[in-house]
Design a protein around this ligand. Structure first.
Ligand code: PEP
Ligand code: MN
Length: 368
């Protein structure tokens, strides 16, 4: 249930309403939106008479029951206002949200060694990414496949962060590693396979760090939003949803099926920012460009792209990883489309490498 306060309601009146609500044994959550203040009530609200609530104050505009099973994640809970997730990084705060420039996250599947992670970080930064991704703990289908370098890889991510100022996004697979991951990560990733690991969701919810919640391999949109609800219910409002492809019947030509329609569907259901990961979705580097552009056109807030200095030698996900050159080319296309949709800003490329600058000017002159 949400209580929408009239525009210009004095804060003392909001405090008074919140106090009055305490007799319902439900903790009210005050959400100060850009236009309206909304008080959210989650719990056993079925017995509460909405007319009784309405009578608490003349400043109450409306009392609405949220019928969806996901409450805090629902768009109604914010009275239709989309939320922003602001992540501090050494290079400045980066905001994920519908009215903000696209946020680009790029990097290898796994952190392999210091040289490769620092080099990749420099490359993706020069091309305009704001975050470096890289797995220290890798969820692999086979127990015999490379499992990630673990704790030592976290140390290497910290070095890449120090060298470039990029924010770090890395996955936590096991709650036992959470404290170590929190130390390095600016955004904690919950991988597709752990989307319904509810005890882990509660724990990342308690950290207060931004969380990137990937969609489970066979999760419905409602399953996914219910998982987001666990993190929000634990007191952490900083959740970003990441569509990374779902299982369908064809595994021969694509690894997964990218559900582009999830973007407009989510927009009607939730206020949370949306990221698209075309790399894990398609599993093939040759399809990453078209799916990235489709995601931007469909309104994604952020993209996650796997990039490796030498994809043929990658310890994991080489076939879907872009070379540095292909990533730079993609960033140029993303910039054109991003500008068209008013979702690109100067923050994307402040430090272009001389090599990249030469390629950009060559592209520009050949287009004349
Ligand atoms: C990843 O991003 O490295 C990853 C393993 O992704 P997913 O959980 O989407 O498979
Ligand atoms: Mn990967």
């Amino acid at each position: 249930m949400i209580i929408v306060m009239k525009l210009g309601t004095p804060s003392t009146e909001i405090e008074r309403v919140v106090k009055e609500l305490s007799r319902y044994e439900i903790t009210p959550e005050v959400c100060q939106g850009q236009h309206k203040t909304v008080i959210g009530l989650v719990g056993e609200t079925a017995e509460i008479d909405t007319r009784q609530i309405q009578n608490l104050s003349l400043f109450i505009e409306q009392v609405i029951r949220v019928k969806k099973p996901f409450k805090r994640a629902s768009l109604e809970f914010r009275y239709g206002e989309h939320s922003e997730v602001v992540v501090p990084t050494p290079n400045g705060a980066v905001t994920f949200g519908q009215t903000h420039p696209l946020v680009v996250v790029a990097g290898p599947c796994s952190v392999e060694n210091e040289e490769m992670i620092v080099e990749t970080a420099q490359i993706v930064k020069a091309a305009g990414a704001q975050f470096l991704r890289g797995g220290a703990y890798k969820p692999r289908t086979s127990p015999y496949a490379f499992q990630g370098h673990g704790e030592s890889a976290l140390g290497l991510l910290a070095k890449a962060r120090e060298a470039t100022g990029l924010g770090i996004i890395t996955e936590v697979m096991d709650a036992a590693d959470l404290d170590k991951v929190v130390e390095v990560a600016d955004v904690i990733q919950i991988g597709a396979r752990n989307m319904q690991n509810f005890s882990l969701l509660k724990k990342v919810g308690a950290t207060g760090k931004a969380v990137l919640l990937k969609r489970g391999l066979s999760a419905t949109i409602e399953d996914w939003l219910m998982s987001a609800e666990y993190i929000l219910a634990a007191g952490n409002p900083n959740v970003i949803l990441c569509e990374r492809g779902i299982r369908t019947f064809d595994r021969q030509y694509t690894r997964n099926t990218l559900d582009i329609s999830a973007i407009p569907v989510l927009r009607t259901l939730t206020h949370l920012p949306i990221m698209i990961d075309p790399s894990h979705a398609t599993g093939k580097s040759e399809f990453v460009q078209s799916m990235t552009l489709a995601a931007i056109a469909a309104g994604a807030d952020s993209l996650m792209i796997e990039v490796h200095p030498n994809p043929a030698k990658a310890l994991s996900d080489g076939p879907q990883s872009l070379t540095p050159e292909a990533f730079e080319d993609l960033m140029l296309e993303m910039a054109s489309l991003g500008k068209f949709f008013g979702r690109w800003s100067k923050q994307h490329s402040t430090t272009v490498t001389p090599k990249f600058a030469a390629r950009v000017s060559a592209t520009a002159s050949s287009a004349l």
